[in-house]
Structures are given as C-alpha cells and as structure tokens.
Write a protein that binds this ligand. Sequence first.
Ligand code: AHG
Ligand code: MN
Ligand code: MN
Length: 336
Amino acid sequence: MSSDSQTLRQFLLAEQRQGRVEQDMVLLIEDIATSCRTIAHQIRNGAFLNILGATETSNVQGETQKQLDVIANDIFIKHCPNCARVAALVSEEIDDVIWLKDAPKAGDYLVYFDPLDGSSNLNVNLSVGSIFSIVELAEDITELSNEAVLFSGAKQVCAGYSLYGPSTSLILTTGHGVNGFTHKIGTGEFNLTFPDMRLPEETEEFAINASRFKKWDASITRYVEECLEGKDGPRGKTFNMRWTASMVAEVHRILMRGGIFLYPKDTGNADMGGKLRLLYEANPMGFIVEQAGGKASTGIERILDVEPTSHHQRVSVILGSASEVDLIDSYYKENA
Ligand code: AHG
Ligand code: MN
Ligand code: MN
C-alpha cells in the first residue's frame, strides 16, 4: 500500500459520487469509525485505567459484562444518533431496542451492534473487535416494539467490523464488495489498505471450539473428523486448525487467507438456538463473507435468509470459503 492511500472519508465520498451510498450513510459510517477508534484507545489504555476486568452486572444473554463491554456500548450509543436518519439501536448489551424516533419513516436506519466481541480475551491482551449492521427501513414503523426491528440479514445495506489487534482495522461492505481500512496512528484516520478483499474459494484451515466435540451433531463431527484424517482421509489434504475465541479475529483471518469458521448449534446450546447472535454477529459477518465471495450458512439455510423471531436470537454459524460451506451443507442434507 502507498503511504498516501485514500482515507475512509475520501473512499466514502467517492462511493457517494457513484451513487453507491447516500450522504446520511457516509455520516453514520464515519460516526461508527469514530466509535471504533475511541474503543481501540480505551482498550490500549485499559490496564492503566483499570477497566480490563468484569462488572457485577449481567446482560440480557445472562453473561457477566466486562467493564469494556459497557464502555464500548456507551461509545456506540453516544456516536450513532448523530445521523438524523438513525431510528433505533439494537445492542448485545441492552435488553430492549433503543428507539430514537417516535415515528420512524421508510428510509430511516436501524443500527445493530456487538460493541465488544470476544471480550473474554481482554484481560489476556488478545484480539477483540466490534461488529455492526445497518438495515434501511422499507416502510414506516407504526408501533415501537422489539419486534419492529426483526429483519433478515438480506435486508442489510451496510455491515462491518473493527478488529483491535496489533493494528486497528475497519472492514466494510455496503453491498459493493468488501474494503479494509487500517487506523494510521497519529493521523486520526482510517486509510484504505485492503481494497476489494476476496476470500479464497478453497482452504485447508478450519476454526471450531473443539472442546465441544461430544456435543456436535453428525454433520459437524463428520466434517471435522475428515479434516483431521488429513492426506490419507477422504479430503486428501492436511488441515490446520485455529481458535481465538474472538469471532472478529477469526473472520478477519479467513477474509485474508481463507478458511472456515464454525460455531454450530450443539446439544450444549440447542435450547438457546446456538451461541452466536443472529442480528449483530451472524448477519453482518455473513454479509461481509458473501460480499467477499464466500458463503455463510446454518447448515440448513443461508444465514442471510433466516427470518428472526427475536432481537437477541442465536443461530448456528458456518461461514468462510464457499466450497467448504457447500460440503458441510451437503452433509446436513444427507443427514436430514
Ligand atoms: P461476545 O464476547 O460478544 O459475547 O462473543 C464471543 C463469541 C465469539 O466472539 C466467539 O467466537 C465465541 O463467543 C467464543 O466462544 P467460546 O468461549 O465457546 O470459545
Ligand atoms: Mn460477540
Ligand atoms: Mn460482545
């Protein structure tokens, strides 16, 4: 990359001139980028501010909140309403939908976010991230309820994530491919460092929490066992495995060099429908992966086609290189 690569603002304004994003969306994405830079700063200084530990509160998912879960959530809630078209916010950390308008109109935006993903990694100084998704209302909303924000992932007009790793990245799609930006220290800017990201079609690397293997269904067990058999098994090649317990880090690695990520519904989480949340984890990551040429499935159907029934709904997630996702889908068909 050249040292004078486009800033996020230059990139977004060029997209706007081509009619690919509206001005209000440019403003909203810039506010989300500001949120992510601010969160990155808090994380980097977390040890000095004594904010790397847990709080005494739980979120609606029943998970103990980390101090930085709450801080990151507050930062999103501070910045996202700047754009006058934002009608509601849906956060992993807040029980109910936050309505910003009394009478949301067609064209208004709903913003869904996981303010801090992978937060169990915070106190061991490993990568975490933020995930966001934006839906544009096709019709006016007449009743403000939690049900009013239930749209399938196919309705997303923008999705992205920020990875707080050795550098801070912002990965973005508005439905015209995927572009990756890196925060350039000292400038306050994200710069376009990974234009038009494409996910390799094939892979030899998978990511799953293997400690749950006794809980898996037959299709996941078969897939993983066949990978582990290596060159002499049915796959005829040696597979590598990774697990960071941070979906953002996992998806980013897969975008950069291919791979597959699995957090399936299993006997340990089936009563909740899986582990990962549909509206602010699976949908945005599914949209990004598809826009980069990969696939995202529950094993039974495309993630983006799942019709949500509740705003904190969980779902089975299998995403990454297209041929691997197709293979697992075929195992689910055989076992149906
Ligand atoms: P969050 O920190 O937002 O609750 O999400 C954590 C998620 C995801 O990032 C990761 O893939 C998964 O939980 C890790 O789960 P395990 O602890 O079961 O490995
Ligand atoms: Mn998460
Ligand atoms: Mn989270």
